[in-house]
Write a protein that binds this ligand. Structure first.
Ligand code: SF4
Length: 463
């Protein structure tokens, strides 16, 4: 019988149906970090439990690590304490752990795919909202809360409600200057931030098929911002090529056997979906948020529409009919698990090369992992950014969430390649976030205000 990847993976991992109507689902991979795990480990200690599958559990530090100097002990006492607590727990419970000075350290959603831990057909859980990222590889990946982290540590399983599946097709070629970030911001604007509640989002169509794994990670990363519990893309040759040779991927003949299984778990051609939506890639423009949730965005050429009484207008200082283009910025942030990968930095560097950051702008580049940082430095991208006046920082979440010293001050406006523009998200309760692609952030940093990156790229072509 034909079926979707979601149902095939769900059924393959179902332990039993629970009286509540939920399903107990086995979790193939559990990723943990310093923020949501301490209480979960404490609960294990209180009950005298062990970690059920330490070999399926991997830990790193990302949210609180400083990015200016990662020398231990950290100057921030709280950050040091949280890191020490995670280290102690990993040692006590036998969980593999990558510390801040390890070559594999980085944002948990960046290092999982990098190391080949994230594989098609898996169920993945992590105590972090943006776990949906891993769905880019054809996995079903759930962001979970602290008590669920405890459940997974103790039993390697989760009690979950069933989901419906919405197929989202994006077809056609993206125009130059339009990126995966613009695609997902457009999807969220069109379907709403609550539109995906109760759904898994399956992305497909010729635009998605042509995307690199890094672009697909950007798409799946923000599924949660559209309300979807998970987002995924069926595994294909791009997926397999990206996985081959990675440290934790199957090796040799085992890899070819795995590919055969991975192909079989992709949604069947005649699979039936609970809902279908189609977008034309040619209609998508560089997109920027103007409000306080990721659904409040406009095409860069558009004026903001909406009800003047919406609290977003008062908070952000915009009015109905305004354009976001031309908005003066104070800070430019390139990084995060949405857009802190090598191709993101390459696209931003294309815009920045030979230019100078506007004098009033503080501009940061924070690679998503140490591996991204090394690869970028090997290509000389760090010099492109620093020559232009950007700060080149160590890997971590940084100003995406501002749990470290990288934060907005007062009413500052930040052009950001991250994923959330909620009030206070970047560290200042009154700070304002404009979400956009890394190339758009780079263009805003140079111009000192929000601009259409296509004008910059056109100049680049003419030079
Ligand atoms: S980069 Fe931002 S969204 Fe991603 S894991 Fe870190 S804090 Fe969460």
């Amino acid at each position: 019988m034909s079926d979707t990847l979601f149902h095939k993976v769900w059924n393959a991992h179902a332990v039993r149906a629970l009286p509540s109507g939920q399903t107990q689902l086995f979790v193939g991979l559990h990723l943990i970090h310093e923020v949501t795990s301490p209480q979960a480990f404490d609960m294990l200690r209180q009950h005298g439990w062990r970690v059920a599958f330490p070999d399926r559990t991997f830990a790193t530090v990302d949210h609180i690590v400083p990015t200016k100097s990662q020398t231990r002990p950290f100057l921030d006492v709280m950050a040091e304490e949280m890191t020490v607590a995670l280290e102690r727990s990993c040692k006590e419970f036998g969980v593999p752990y990558w510390p801040p000075d390890n070559d594999n350290q980085g944002i948990v959603h960046v290092i999982g795919p990098e190391l080949g831990l994230t594989q098609p057909g898996m169920t993945i859980a992590c105590g972090d909202s943006h776990t949906s990222t891993h769905g880019a590889f054809g996995a079903i990946a759930f962001g979970i809360g602290t008590s669920q982290v405890r459940d997974v540590l103790a039993s390697q399983s989760l009690a979950l409600d069933p989901l419906k599946v919405r197929r989202i097709d994006v077809n056609g070629a993206l125009k130059p200057g339009v990126y995966a970030k613009d695609v997902i911001l457009t999807i969220i604007r069109q379907l709403g931030v609550q539109g995906g509640v109760g759904y898994a989002y399956e992305y497909g169509g010729s635009t998605i098929d042509r995307m690199s794994m890094e672009e697909r990670l950007t798409i799946c990363n923000m599924s949660i911002e559209g309300g979807a519990r998970v987002g995924y893309i069926n595994p294909d040759e791009t997926t397999f090529a990206s996985l081959r040779g990675r440290r934790f991927a199957p090796q040799g003949d085992a890899f070819d056997r795995a590919c055969a299984w991975w192909r079989s778990i992709a949604s069947d051609r005649n699979a039936v979906y609970d809902d279908r939506v189609t977008l034309n890639a040619g209609d998508i423009e560089p997109t920027v948020t103007w409000g306080i949730n990721p659904g409040q965005s406009v095409r860069i050429s558009e004026r903001i529409a909406g009800d003047a009484h919406d609290e977003a207008f008062a908070f952000m200082g915009f009015h109905p009919g305004d354009r976001v283009a031309g908005t003066r910025i104070d800070v430019a942030f390139i990084g995060s698990c949405t857009n802190g990968r090598l191709s993101d930095l390459e696209e931003a560097a294309r815009v920045v090369r030979g230019q100078r950051v506007a004098p009033h702008v503080k501009a940061l580049v924070v690679p998503g992992s140490r591996s991204v940082s090394r690869d970028a430095e090997a290509r000389g991208l760090d010099r492109v950014f620093t020559d232009a006046g950007f700060e080149w920082r160590g890997a971590g979440c940084s100003m995406c969430l501002a749990m470290n010293p990288d934060r907005l001050e007062g009413r500052q406006i930040c052009a950001s390649s991250s994923n959330r523009n909620f009030k206070g998200r970047q560290g200042s309760p009154t700070g304002r976030t404009l979400l956009m692609s890394p190339a758009m952030v780079a263009a805003a940093a140079i111009a000192g205000e929000v601009v259409d990156v296509r004008t910059v790229l056109r100049e680049e072509v003419h030079v």
